[in-house]
Design a protein around this ligand. Structure first.
Ligand SMILES: [Zn+2]
Ligand SMILES: [Zn+2]
Length: 331
């Protein structure tokens, strides 16, 4: 049994526990085509499981995914999380209602990140306040009460200053090279073009005119940064809102339709409020993750085709030889 990645030699992990799968923590399978992969956690490449054990592996993955929860789903691919494993199911997935837990998990991660800012700020600030009050004899209860808000402000500031990881466009109005940060995207306007369901008209950070148009993946990337920032600023009690936002996306026909409609309405990012802003962030995130999974799947599929042909070829050839031998004893 293989235990390391065929591309980077990294360990594929897995503890052979409840899943009965032995190797791997992230899997993909296509029951229709009878294919299964272990996804490397280090390099992300898809390792095709050996031909002879594939049927059992697929059965185990079917069981595992039936016990798990669907994180996201598209026409071709579903992402299922089950017992510490991720399973990507390929090909005509059952249309399952979108679970809200996935976004809940992201919000938890965001909260952990926020605490990383809050805690050091508190330590420094409490120290300073105590020293300050000791010197002046003031009431420091009030000051302490302000700390979480201050830390939130600092954290929001950090997120807002994060660079958007795209090639900086040139402003058509003033010629400025637009180095975009998350907070700049809030002035952008959603739109659509002939080739893309989602495009963003960027407002130039220098001249404040609409100076560049982003399309496709670039628009998506910028929008995700911008929405993370907008949602951080606007939404209080995000956890409660996550369920609401997921339902909102569902009610509007799922991620794809929802994004398309939002683009058609040409909304400015900062105009989006509460549930709608969160819903759009969720939808764009999910679409991006699924598209990446689909891309990886197509790549893996090509390799699987070649590998399967190699595995089947000798058997077929042998059979052919047997038949041929029967007909012509002389060989
Ligand atoms: Zn690898
Ligand atoms: Zn400009």
């Amino acid at each position: 049994m293989y235990t390391t990645c065929g591309f980077c030699s990294g360990s594929l992990g897995g503890d052979g526990s409840s899943s009965g799968l032995g190797v791997g923590k992230r899997f993909a399978f296509d029951a229709w085509k009878s294919r299964a992969w272990v996804i490397c956690q280090r390099c992300g490449r898809w390792n095709l499981t050996p031909f002879d054990t594939r049927i059992e592996t697929i059965e185990a993955l079917e069981r595992l995914s039936a016990s798990g929860r669907v994180a996201a789903t598209s026409e071709q691919v579903s992402l299922i999380r089950a017992g510490g494993c991720d399973v990507v199911r390929v090909g005509q997935p059952r249309r399952v209602e979108l679970a809200t837990w996935r976004y809940g998990e992201r919000l938890k991660a965001r909260e952990r990140e926020r605490l990383k800012v809050l805690v050091p700020t508190m330590v420094v600030f409490v120290g300073a306040t105590i020293a300050f009050n000791a010197a002046l004899g003031g009431s420091f209860g009030y000051m302490i009460g302000q700390i979480p808000r201050m830390a939130d402000g600092i954290y929001t500031g950090i997120v807002g200053r994060r660079k958007v990881a795209i090639e900086p466009p040139i402003c058509a109005a003033c010629g400025n090279v637009m180095v975009l940060r998350a907070r700049h995207v809030r002035h952008a306007r959603l739109t659509e073009t002939t080739h893309h369901d989602l495009a963003l008209l960027l407002s130039c950070p220098r001249c404040h005119r609409e100076g560049a148009l982003l399309e496709g993946p670039d628009a998506e990337l910028a929008l995700r940064s911008g929405l993370t920032y907008v949602n951080l600023r606007k939404a209080r009690r995000l956890k409660k809102k996550a369920a609401e936002a997921a339902t909102f996306v569902d009610r509007h026909g799922g991620p794809e339709a929802f994004i398309h409609n939002s683009a058609r309405m040409e909304l400015t990012v900062s105009r989006l409020e509460g549930t709608e802003a969160l819903a759009l962030e969720m939808a764009v995130d999910e679409q991006a993750e699924l598209r990446e999974l689909e891309r990886q799947w197509r790549q893996a599929e090509e390799i699987a085709d070649i590998a399967d042909n190699l595995a089947i070829a000798p058997a077929v050839e042998q059979e052919f030889r047997r038949l041929k031998g029967g007909d012509q004893p002389t060989g």
